[in-house]
Structure formats: C-alpha cells, structure tokens
Design a protein around this ligand. Sequence first.
Ligand code: KIV
Ligand code: NA
Length: 273
Amino acid sequence: MSLQNQLQRITAPQIRARKGGEPIVTLTSYHTHTTRIIDPYVDCILVGDSLGMVMHGMETTLSVTLDMMILQGLAVMRGSEHALVVVDMPFGSYEESPQQAFRNAVRVLKETGCGAIKLEGGERMAETIRFLTGRGVPVMAHIGLTPQSIMALGSFKAQGRDEADWAPIEKDAQLVSEAGAFAVVIEAVAEPLAAKITKDIPIPTIGIGASPACDGQVLVLEDMLGLSERVPKFVKRFGSLGDHIRGAVQGYVDAVRDRSFPAPENTYGMRKK
Ligand code: KIV
Ligand code: NA
C-alpha cells in the first residue's frame, strides 16, 4: 500500500499551531476527482461519515462501516498531496473502549495513510482521546451536535441556545482539549457559545453551524456546491452544481435525440490506405 507523501503534507501539529491565526479551511471529500480539485485550496480534507447520506442515500450516518471509511479514505489520499486528510471513525467503531478505538484507528491510519482520525463526543470520549493521542494517533474531536447520537437525541437540532445548556458543552470542549485532541469540530452550536469556547480553549475550533470567530470552518462539499437537495440552515450554497449538471444532461439528451452527437470529431474513421 503506498502511503502518499505523508510527511510533505500539512500535519496535525501544524493545524494545532494555527490556533488564533489564519482560518483553517476545511471541506469534506469522498472521491478522488473532487479531492484533486479542492486539494490545492484547502488546509484539511475531511472524509466524513456524512458519505453515508451524501453518497449512499442513507437517512443517518449510523450504518456507515469502517470498511466504507477506509475505501473512501484511500480514494481521497490518492487524489491529494497537500492537505491534511482526516478520516471519520464511524458509529460503533470506537465507543466501546479505548482499546477498540485504538485498534480501529490504527487500521484507518495504516490502510489509508491519512494524517488523523475524527471521532464524536466530548466528556464521554476524553479517556479514549487521551489513550489514542498518547499512542501516536492524532485525533480531531467533534462536539455540539453529534449526528451519530441522532437516535438517542431524537432530532438534529442546534445546541446551547439557552445559556442553561452551555456548561456541559463548554466542559466537552475543555476535556477534549486536555485529552490531547489537535482540533475540535463544533457543530450546530449557538454562535456566542462557539465564540466563547474558541476564546477559552488552546486548540483550534473548526465550526460548522457555529461562529465566524472559530479558528476554522468546515462544510460538506456537495452541500456547498449546490448538489444536495436539502441542506441545514448553516449551509451556504457557494455554487449551483445541480443546475449545471441538469443543463449538461439536457444538452446530452437533446444531442443524442437529434443525432448531432457523436459528431465527426468524436468518431473513428477508417485508416487511409
Ligand atoms: O461527516 C461529516 O461530514 C462531518 C462534518 C460535517 C464535520 O463530520
Ligand atoms: Na461526521
């Protein structure tokens, strides 16, 4: 297995060192071709378990497997040479024990060559994060709305919109930082709380539905490109790729029907004798 130039890339410690500096630009990617396009622009590429919904039409991320993450992680590593690639640990692959998390995280690192893994959970995952980071596994944490807990939460909704709910989220941030995470994703958290956490903890915060004050931002690529049909409020569509594809497909359909495609330049003639 080739581990594509791991040391020439941006590393987890370099991202960690950017606390309070230039915003850390992150996008998700699951495929080689989209990775090739975004790699020169971004600092981090997240192979998110959102691929279950985006690529496979699953309703939640709960059915995503470790093998799916490794397959897409490899595809992303093959398409990139610059960004730090972070691969999500899927539901059920790390929560049981620090040992289970280590065993599966090492599979991801070895089999893909990626530079870090991400897992969901604050206080409840702190011991596991300490176990992993103490043994050479760079960990990005993920707090606030954690989609793998959807069945326990009941619905996707923003966190910390009442000040009474702030303390546990602040504690989550504090504990993942102390446990050695090099950065933390803060998802769907009230803006002032995300800004406060960013000020209070020494590691970079990567916001999604959080605050412009965060040390970085992340969005799901298909969502920001305008490919996804329904997107949460926190997504801004920076493109309209869905319309672009519909236009191209209509052009193809018309050209096939009126036999203007394939044109002579798209066909093979006979060799001149
Ligand atoms: O799976 C994913 O894409 C994520 C980001 C939205 C942070 O975890
Ligand atoms: Na995820």
